[in-house]
Design a protein around this ligand. Sequence first.
Ligand code: ATP
Ligand code: MG
Length: 416
Amino acid sequence: MQLFEVGGAVRDALLGRAVHDRDWVAVGATPKQLIEAGYLPVGRDFPVFLHPETREEVALARTERKTAPGYHGFAFHAAPDVSLEQDLARRDLTINAIARTSDGTLIDPHGGRRDLEARLLRHVSPAFAEDPVRILRVARFAARFTDFEVAPETIALMRGMVAAGEADALVPERVWQELSRGLMEARPSRLFDVLRDCDALKRLLPEVERLWGVPQRADYHPEIDTGVHLMMVLDMSAQLQAPLTVRYACLGHDLGKGTTPAEVLPRHTGHEGRSVMLLRAVSERLRVPTDCRELAEVVAREHGNIHRSSEFGATALVRLLDRCDAWRKPARFGEVLLACECDARGRLGLQDTPYASAPRLRAALAAGQSIDTAAVAAGAAERGARGPDVGRAIQSARGVAVAQALGLVSSAAEDG
Ligand code: ATP
Ligand code: MG
């Protein structure tokens, strides 16, 4: 049996990037031999094992053959007679199809080093077309390796795959897995550039695709185009190192602008409610995790109010914080504000403009939190208040505290 290091670790080492996990391929071995040598079988779909000490993944060299559309339509052949070269030929990109022996010799039958130098994401062989997940992987690698381009022949191949209906065969879990990873890369907009370029975006996320060509008011949005704005917002979320929840919220916040009636453009009054509805459909379809879903919905619904909150009095601020469930979930509210900051700064010429709503709302939250709710409730009860009236007394006390902290008219006066 011979072991070779393969895949991302070899690629990243050649690029001078940090290597996180190493993958190995075993040639000339049977599962039985590996198990006897102490390897732990883990592969559900493939013959994959964990090294007894390092816990790194070792896969038996294999070939693949397409049997049906989609990701699961594969037959595998893993046997001691499968060569390293055969295993490398089934890989997606040339830069991912380089192997290294223990003495450092590179085995690179598909020109992976040449493409690393040329900064090209290029498919290994026409067999690339057999697995639509590869379309998403290429898009994700484009978002990570920001100075790489997709080779024109690879884009052409991916277009053909999409035209043949392959993108429709993707299971939601794999779409979310690759999309969420791509959102976490250095330049998420490049993932969407690639998916648009090969026509996959309109199959996978028509709600997002539709935003290009939709104008916005130039006074708020010097970049005008809603799709361009969305890409700037996503790249801002990466620049601000936002977590996935925030990046997904950024992706969904303006979906409603895609269904604004033509006669009211470039205004988008009420787009927030439409964003929420479209976002729910996307989250449902892709089985998006709950924390991402929930944050995105709050941001879609409230981002306009949060941008405008400098005009709000204390009562309106308390109501806004209520609707965001900020008293119970202050950390999540921090994420709401970060998504809104990405939205505000994801505009042409405004990238470096500080986002004033965030510190102001943080101060309002802190002030409202500082009141002793138990004491206020007890006081209200003593005065004969019941049920909802107790809640109103707490809100009113919060309003007074917010007004004081922000130097606003007292909420009592505002209510009166
Ligand atoms: P990352 O840095 O994101 O881990 P990676 O290239 O190591 O990138 P993995 O998903 O860890 O990606 O896969 C390891 C290797 O397996 C890849 O480099 C590639 O050679 C191969 N591979 C993974 N998924 C596919 C696929 N869908 N089609 C073809 N080859 C694949
Ligand atoms: Mg890897």
